[in-house]
Design a protein around this ligand. Structure first.
Ligand SMILES: Cc1ncc(COP(=O)(O)O)c(C=O)c1O
Length: 368
């Protein structure tokens, strides 16, 4: 997928001055995790518990009153969790439903397996809401699973409780599975919905420490599901792929999650402040329009009159003249006059300057 070779880490962070292409909160320094590392030398580097650090699974399960450690399987980031799920549920020519745009793995892995992917496309005109009726029309008894992301990347759109219930109900009625990639769950503005797998034992949740806490480098994710036999299948798949996780990553995540005073409120406040910067900038843009996000740290605006703008020149100017990087629409199977702006990762100053660079680059890329 081009998104991988075009990702900022592959491009080289030093080539980008204003990185507005990230979908996570600012990366954390190890020392800022404020965990005691002194006795880590005593950690035996054996193969660990195949399901993952039991204490860590227990702590993750406390997010929900109806989950226990047995309902949680640790994975190498949410990405590996999604891969485990797709390879467990799908074989060649199986049918599944994907709400699109979606995170690349949620589409690329089913396609690589040879599954028949039925897309439900989110539309700007519908406020990027999932058309539940369209899901009902496409689902059949042959559907192996329905894949959604909530809060949504790249749009920041969120489901209501009623919509989540409706989707879980469809999964139950058709004896299929609902996969909810809820990597951004803790970043909803306002009240959070319950963890998705609480809605039904036909729902599979996937999440990780990467996005909300700015910890993508410890590669800690998890699958949560209240169906024991499905969890056994996922464990078997994980064992086939990488046996267990990194004991070091699991230990760091465990110690960090044990802290009562994790800096999450500070992160939420910073995200809220950056969102205000973004909102103010957006309200002054005559060439852009958006659906205001309701969660996450990304939005997906589009150019109002794309025919008037040389889009290639826009991205060229943005990166090479202004050193600013956003996620172009094609990363998300969308036209390139859409772009993902990640506003949570840069500093406030970088965000302001990067946003101004977008304004300037659009102006300088207008067709005569
Ligand atoms: C929706 C979504 N799911 C999963 C991932 C993978 O995240 P990680 O493997 O770091 O947890 C990403 C990363 O961009 C994402 O946006």
């Amino acid at each position: 997928m081009p998104i991988e070779i075009e990702s900022p880490e592959q491009l080289g962070y030093d080539t980008i001055r204003y990185n507005l292409s990230e979908s996570s909160y600012t990366d954390t320094l190890l020392k800022d995790m404020r965990i005691d590392l002194r006795d880590l030398g005593e950690l035996t580097l054996c193969y660990g518990d195949h399901a993952g650090h039991p204490g860590l699974r227990e702590l993750i399960a406390t997010q929900s009153s109806s989950l226990s450690a047995a309902d949680v399987l640790l994975t190498i980031g949410a990405a590996a969790g999604l891969f485990i799920i797709a390879t467990s549920l799908l074989e060649k020519d199986d049918e599944m439903i994907v709400v699109r745009p979606n995170y690349a793995t949620n589409i690329a892995t089913p396609l690589a397996i040879g599954a028949i992917v039925n897309y439900i496309d989110l539309r700007f005109e519908d406020g990027f809401r999932i058309d539940i009726e369209a899901v009902r029309q496409v689902v059949t008894n042959k559907t192996k699973y329905i894949s959604v992301t909530h809060p949504h990347n790249p749009t920041g759109a969120c489901l209501t409780d009623a919509e989540m219930r409706a989707l879980a109900g469809i999964a139950e009625r058709y004896d299929t599975w609902l996969l909810v990639d809820e990597t951004y769950r803790d970043m909803v503005f306002g009240d959070k919905l319950p963890v998705a797998c609480e809605y039904s034992d036909r729902v599979i949740s996937v999440s990780s420490f990467s996005k909300t806490y700015g910890l993508p480098g410890i590669r800690m994710g998890w699958i949560a599901c209240r169906n024991a036999s499905m969890m056994e299948t996922f464990l078997a798949a994980k064992e086939q792929i990488h046996i267990c996780g990194s004991l070091l990553d699991e230990e760091l995540a465990y110690r960090w999650l044990q802290q009562k005073d994790r800096p999450f409120e500070k992160i939420q406040k910073d995200i809220a402040d950056k969102f205000q910067i973004l909102k103010q900038w957006m309200s002054a843009q005559d060439d852009l329009e958006w659906i205001e996000p309701r969660g996450g740290v990304v939005c997906f605006p589009r150019m109002k009159r794309p025919a008037e703008i040389n889009i290639d020149r826009f991205y060229e100017t943005l990166l090479h003249k202004y050193g600013t990087y956003t996620g172009p629409g094609h990363w998300f199977d969308s036209p390139r006059h859409y772009m993902r702006i990640g506003y949570g990762w840069p500093t406030r100053q970088q965000l302001r300057e990067g946003l101004d660079a977008i304004t300037n680059s659009i102006r300088e890329s207008k067709r005569a």
